[in-house]
Design a protein around this ligand. Sequence first.
Ligand code: H79
Length: 566
Amino acid sequence: MLVEEQTKATERIKWWQEAKFGMFIHWGLYATLAKGEWVMAASKIPVKEYEQFATQFNPKEFNAKEWVGVAKRAGMKYIVITAKHHDGFAMYHSKVEKFNIVDATPFGRDPMKELAEECQKQGIKLCFYYSHVIDWHHPHSVHEYYNNTWDYNLEEKAFYNYWHNLAKPQIQELLTQYGDIGLLWFDTAGGLSKKDSKELVEFVRSFQPNCLINSRVSHWPNIGDYQSKGDNEIPMYGEDSGPWETPMTLNQSWGYSDRDQVWKTPESIIRKMVNIVSKGGNLLLNVGPTAEGIIPEKSVEVLEQAGEWIERNGEAIYGTNASPFPYELEWGAVTIKPSRMYLHVNNEKWSDQLKLFGLKNKVVKAYLLADSEKRSLPITQSYTESIDHHVLGIDLPKDAPDQYISIIVLELEGNAQVDDQFMQQVSGSVNLDLVHAETAVEKNEKTAKWDFKITQPGAFDVVLVNFKKINTVWEDHYHEEVKVHIAGQGLKTIPQEDQLIKDSPACQYPYSEVHSILGRVHLHDSGNNSLALTCNKIQEKAFGTEIWQAEAVKLRSIKLVPIDKK
Ligand code: H79
């Protein structure tokens, strides 16, 4: 990219990177069936029959002011709503296709127009989701996999008929009828050519140069402004250096489903958001309103409760930068601002003293974000030159001051500077993530290597951590020996499924975390160490795989767990 273009790109995404939290809204004709947004394809409903649902679609309860109010109370800064999903039904007044909410329903209002006005009033950015490749209503849309094969013959399709006569004109309408649009959220670009996706980006920019575009505009590589992670996927530290966003469901569906009552709690929303923000990402959290135009009560309840926490702790969320530590911390997460560090401590890890390794700055003052008087907490800072090791200790009051996660503010001398080596954590564990390894392939052997620092020597169990898709048979994936070399000691074993962690915060449905204990090693000295792992499951550097396309078993990391502290 040219320097000038790069500067423009950095400028236009600034608001979004500061925003951190957005509302996704999946709302369409499918709401009338209350079985999610894929119902047309799942039940192979013929176009003529599906069109009939429009004659009964009358979301009289729709109230733009209320919806925008829910987003505001949740602490969300932008709204991305489905202007058209895969069913091809436009949720706005389209002049190029009658299959839209104004022309085809008794409702006759344009909810996008009402939302645009309300968002303007309440100071929140309106953004549109547009299914640019999949369209089950149009006879000529062509996707790599997901086509309407129950009405149309794939061989008779002429893609550019769809592309030039429907997709592009509708995108133009969305960019010209509703004022400034924060971003366009494209999805499922499978099969779209590089040339067509590039032209689409130019096309969007020609109407609104500042409108952001997500990465799903093209199949690969990312030619958008930011990386959309897989649905519900939270990446590991350092997987993505550029701007990124996790689209997430509040239950297990996007479009309204009357069967789905598996709701995330406010606590889990807060934790996931903090985790995402500490890794430099945004959270786009979904609601699926009903055919009457109501955001399900349970969604509103969870969002409002989460919003109360965010309102109290917004200083440590909005406009912050990612944690400078290249690994996850055991007690929570970190965000930073100039001369400031925020420690997001999970309440169950709250204790008399919190320890942080590797912060090089002098801490001028530490206090609780919840304390309006900003009273100083007692701190100690020490440095061990022989192993170049910084330790900060903060004495904490007996009770955690907030719900779920309580935040400590550190005022620093200068901007945060940390030791970016991997090191043993306060508990004595060492976590080595695959994304940070030096990997090599030689003579059909794949090897990953890490350097790290030991501060508390001793005996350790070596544990291999994998994410495993539900219903996957472990033995189908590990039948070769895995080798580990560390401090002159070697281990060689076929990993077993020793421990299955179903509700691991590190991964989401459809994955669970599996631990395999490979053996025991002894580390006698403090200081620098290295570990080499040989295993056929070692992957090239992370590549933006969508979660449903990823392999059944993913090797994520290797851990050293001190045996006396387990
Ligand atoms: O809009 C939401 C989904 O409808 C959309 N992306 C999010 C944001 C999406 N479109 N395609 N896909 C996701 C991937 C396809 C997933 C599938 Fe399935 C798995 C198709 C068939 C199996 C899930 C289960 C969807 C239908 C059945």
